[in-house]
Design a protein around this ligand. Structure first.
Ligand code: UPG
Ligand code: MN
Length: 336
């Protein structure tokens, strides 16, 4: 089926890691639909090429690129920036129907049956079940809907500051109008909801189809040991076993399928002539994103506190001791 697609969004190299795992999980479960990812100019050239090896389409959108008065009204509302970006999925009019999935979701099985649903279908939000969660939804691309959404955003904003509030106000009859547009919660199981109703999770959880790592801490923020293949718990993680098994699954896909792609990219970039390396901003950006990940790998010698802090704050000395070569060596040490 070429006129239907799963669509996700990544506005930076870090969210790209999530998008890649999601895309890979859809491939692993043999989706018959196309895979598309929306990116913004901030995404580095290196990660774009990695995205292209998992997705059928990598589509750059600008954070604000609507050419009408709505655009101007939205410019006064910078806080709606990321929200606006998700709305771009309605512009993919070369598809007749799509399923949007957040970059922090993961499919556990083939979910192509979602395309039997109509716009606007979504699963209840675990925090307020009369609202849907906007991490997984079925929609029909349409410039008309897109423009109505922008206009709505400019006029009413979003009650939660994000796309979820906006979309719930726009598709305001979702809660009551048509039960066919209520996706089962199993299609958007928030990993945190697992604790709020443990018996239900124990009873129904085995049928989960999509996990959503909603909230501030994403899978890529946890530590993972590539040797033991375990997500490391060090006190700060409120460690439910179920949560941990979903996290392990995310990291297993990441280490088995995504890290090799990143490594291949690094090798290719290293073989480029030296002048090229210095001038191509993409290389540094990839080094940056890889280093962000590598801080999660257990260092063989403890990193002095101020060094670690520098890394975590993204202040990386590319040309000096944190140069690409060094970061790569560190990665290799954990990979082999
Ligand atoms: O800096 C960012 C932030 C978000 N995203 C994309 O936007 C999605 C939503 O952001 P996320 O961090 O996943 O939000 P959640 O923790 O899931 O929080 C909720 O609130 C968001 C804002 O309303 C909704 O978009 C989500 O669907 C909803 O689950 C991400 O998955 C990405 O696809 C980016 O690309 N870059
Ligand atoms: Mn999310």
């Amino acid at each position: 089926v070429t006129d239907q697609a799963f669509v996700t969004l990544a506005t930076n190299d870090v969210y790209c890691q999530g998008a890649l795992v999601l895309g890979q999980s859809l491939r692993n479960h043999r989706t018959s639909r196309k895979l598309a990812v929306l990116i913004t100019p901030e995404v580095s050239s290196g990660l774009r090429s990695v995205l292209r090896s998992v997705f059928d389409e990598v589509i750059e959108v600008n954070v604000l690129d609507s050419a009408d008065s709505v655009h101007l009204a939205l410019m006064q509302r910078p806080e709606l920036g990321v929200t606006f970006t998700k709305l771009h999925c309605w512009t993919l009019t070369h598809y007749s129907k799509c399923v949007f999935m957040d970059a922090d979701t993961l499919v556990l099985c083939n979910v192509d049956e979602l395309f039997d649903r109509e716009e606007f279908s979504a699963a209840p939000d675990s925090g307020w079940p009369d609202c849907f969660n906007s991490g997984v939804f079925v929609f029909r691309p349409s410039l008309k809907t897109y423009n109505l959404l922008l206009q709505f955003a400019a006029e009413h904003g979003s009650f939660d500051g994000g796309d979820q509030g906006l979309l719930n106000s726009f598709f305001s009859n979702w809660a009551t109008a048509d039960i066919g547009k209520h996706l089962p919660f199993l299609y958007n199981l928030s990993s945190s909801a697992v604790y709020t109703y443990v018996p239900a999770f124990n009873h129904f959880g085995r049928d989960a189809k999509v996990v959503h790592f909603l909230g501030a801490t994403k899978p890529w923020n946890y530590k993972y040991n590539l040797q033991t293949k375990k997500v490391m718990q060090d006190g700060t993680i409120d460690g439910s076993l179920h949560q941990l098994s979903f996290l392990s699954l995310w990291w297993n896909i990441y280490s088995a399928s995504i890290l090799p792609l990143l490594e291949k990219l690094q090798k290719m970039e290293e073989s480029e002539p030296e002048e090229c390396k210095v001038t191509d901003k993409g290389v540094n950006k990839v080094a940056h994103s890889v280093s962000e990940l590598s801080i999660h790998f257990k260092p063989q010698e403890p990193i002095p506190e101020d060094e670690r802090k520098k890394w975590e704050e993204g202040r990386i000395d590319y040309m000096g001791k944190d140069a690409f070569e060094h970061i790569k060596k560190k990665l290799d040490a954990f990979l082999h």
